[in-house]
Design a protein around this ligand. Structure first.
Ligand code: ADP
Ligand code: ZN
Length: 608
């Protein structure tokens, strides 16, 4: 339905309601009691009626006031063909008049007043809507609002600790500033840029800063607001958004929470028709516009894995920029940015605060500074000191602890050994994915640390030994913990699930077990290989076979266990050194760890 039409229908309904209510109200103001004719005659006979007016079809009158009260009760009754009436009225001294349509004016007013009132309100609202314009404009009446900021004040200087992301976005700024330079050279212009990272790491801030740096308007809209809208409205809104943006090019369109709108189609219990339509419209718009008009689309998500693959295809959001939680130096920078507006006592050592806050996002750190100023004000100080900052950190941690993200010192140590274990195994087995970086900055709710491995090339199939190597790397974390601390922790559970799944798939789906032979025991083979396989439906086989499968899965995992255990024993010195460096720096590169490992191995063989 057309938006304007549905809007008007609401008004008409409202108006009718208002008319009915006001009408009743006016009638109720002069309460008229309805009497049966016989009752009326009785009252006349008892001399209780003061006056009567006779209209064409009823008698309207008032009763004599009773006792002290001055109130004269009004009544009405039907007019009955009654030849005795006039005589009786005379006899009991009731004043009466002939046909008077006295209610006409009142009835008329009771309809005119509400209508007039309603028209007045209508005009008032439209006048207000017309005035609602300015730098920060809201367009339309639906829930998904398009915000436009004409003159963005935020610059890169306001965003700290995300230098890699900034570097990647510099080119976009160049393009927005001087599009001619790019088009002349025929250079490829980015169209869609996806900012990926946990909440509060400054994705929105970064997008605004790009607009600020390039001095172009910034259009923004949030994906989650589309979800509850009526079918068709979201799609219209997307069309609107692009139309407006094209009119203001060069500019940036920013879609926050893209995952809410861009979930893979057909996912979830119910295919959400509205979301699909909106998503389709977005895809159409993205394909339809030529980046040379100077519109750059940016979007943010913290769950890239659930996005519809169509969104990530070439020519759409094909450029991904990771915005991660800051490391120690990054945290210091963020604290400095936010402390700029605050009067700091010389004893307020921000470096110390940065060291205290692994796992904090930019937003958390901004919150620390904010809390500390509130504390200072409460204590009547005119400067923020180290005491306030420390207490603010504790408050923010207390808030975060529920989300289980901030590690204590012991946990940090454990996670460091765990991740170094993964990384050492990956570095030691030739042909595994390269280790990019190792981090103990907690990520999301589940991962306390992570080892980032990137494939060196696109892979479409995997050999048996490659799958075994994957299992080995997954076991590396747990076995490192065992080697150093003598026991495992709960942190490795996810790794074990994945390792077992791979081993199961090897046996059941890919026929890689000598004992069970080259048969597939899975009902349905999904093309699942290069992602980590999921445990799938039980196939059609006997209990005995099931037992054999379990044995084989165990054998594969046990074999890798022994292998990894031995490798880590040999690399114990590197494990200690690597973990120590990781605790100190929170993030190290794969190359750094490899250097440590190589030196240690050379030393060891020299000693032998
Ligand atoms: P996201 O969009 O990633 O959820 P926001 O951009 O909304 O995060 O960040 C919220 C607030 O946190 C920002 O307005 C800013 O005050 C602060 N903030 C987050 N990250 C940074 C950062 N890297 N540098 C400075 N401030 C930051
Ligand atoms: Zn692990």
């Amino acid at each position: 339905m057309n938006r304007q039409v549905s809007f008007s229908i609401w008004y008409v309904l409202l108006a009718i309601m208002a008319v009915v209510i006001v009408h009743d109200f006016i009638l109720a103001l002069n309460q008229v009691e309805e009497l049966p004719y016989s009752e009326f005659k009785r009252l006349v006979a008892e001399g209780k009626v003061a006056e009567v007016a006779v209209t064409s079809h009823m008698l309207v009158g008032t009763l004599k006031s009773e006792g002290d009260s001055k109130e004269q009760k009004a009544f009405r009754t039907v007019r009955v063909e009654d030849p005795d009436l006039v005589r009786e009225l005379n006899q009991h001294g009731v004043t009466f008049a002939g046909v008077i349509e006295s209610t006409f004016l009142r009835d008329l007013l009771s309809w005119i007043i509400p209508v007039a009132l309603f028209v007045g309100i209508w005009f008032f609202i439209f006048r207000r809507l017309g005035q609602a314009q300015g730098g920060f404009m809201q367009v339309g009446q639906s829930k998904a609002k398009i915000y436009m900021e004409k003159d963005v004040k935020v610059t890169f200087a306001d965003v700290a600790g995300v230098d890699e992301a900034k570097d990647e976005l510099r080119e976009v700024i160049e393009f927005l500033k001087t599009p001619e330079k790019f088009t002349k050279l025929g250079g490829k212009i980015p169209k869609g840029i996806l900012l990926v990272g946990p909440p509060g790491t400054g994705k929105t801030l970064l997008a605004r800063a790009v607009a600020g740096e390039a001095s172009v308007p910034f259009f923004s809209i949030s994906g989650s607001e589309f979800v509850e809208m009526f079918v068709g409205v979201g799609a219209a809104r997307v069309r609107d958004l692009f139309e407006q943006a094209k009119g203001k090019a060069p500019c940036i369109i920013f879609i926050d929470e893209l995952d809410a709108l861009g979930k893979a189609r057909g996912m979830g219990p119910m295919a959400h028709e509205e979301r699909e339509q909106t998503l389709n419209q977005l895809l159409v718009e993205m394909d339809g516009f030529d980046p040379r008009v100077g519109v750059i689309l940016m979007a943010a998500t913290n769950r890239p894995e659930i996005l519809d693959p169509a969104l990530l295809r070439a020519g759409r959001f094909d450029r991904h920029v990771t915005v991660d939680r800051p490391d120690k130096k990054g945290r210091l920078d963020v604290l400095r940015v936010h402390a700029k507006k605050v009067a700091l006592n010389p004893d307020a050592d921000l470096e110390q605060i940065a060291a205290m806050t692994p796992g904090f996002s930019g937003a958390d750190l901004a919150n620390v500074i904010n809390e500390s100023t509130l504390l200072a004000v409460r204590r009547g100080k005119d400067q923020v000191g180290i005491a306030e900052l420390q207490e603010a950190v504790e408050r923010v941690i207390a808030g975060l602890e529920k989300k289980n993200r901030v590690l204590n010192k012991m946990e940090k140590e454990r996670v460091a050994y765990h991740e170094t274990g993964h990384a050492l195994i990956a570095l030691s087995i030739p042909g595994t994915d390269q280790v990019q970086k190792i981090s103990i900055i907690p990520r999301g709710v589940a991962a306390l640390g992570y080892t980032l491995q990137l494939p060196t090339e696109d892979r479409f199939l995997m050999t048996k030994s490659e799958l075994e190597n994957k299992v080995a790397v997954l076991l590396g974390g747990r076995i490192a913990e065992e080697t150093i601390f003598g026991e495992a922790s709960t942190g490795a559970q996810n790794d074990l699930v994945k390792a077992t799944d791979i081993a199961k798939s090897m046996v059941k789906a890919y026929g890689m077990s000598d004992k069970l032979g080259t048969i597939t025991l899975e009902q349905e083979r999904q093309p699942q290989f290069l992602q980590l396989p999921v445990a799938s439906e039980r196939g059609d086989y006997s209990e005995e076979t099931a037992r054999e499968i379990d044995c084989e899965v165990r054998r594969i995992v046990d074999e890798q266990y022994g292998r990894v255990k031995q490798m880590l024993e040999e690399r114990k010195a590197a494990l200690h050194q690597g973990a120590k460096l990781l605790i100190e720096r929170e993030v190290i590169t794969g190359a750094e760890l490899k250097a440590i490992m190589d030196v240690n191995l050379v030393e060891q063989s020299a000693r032998r």
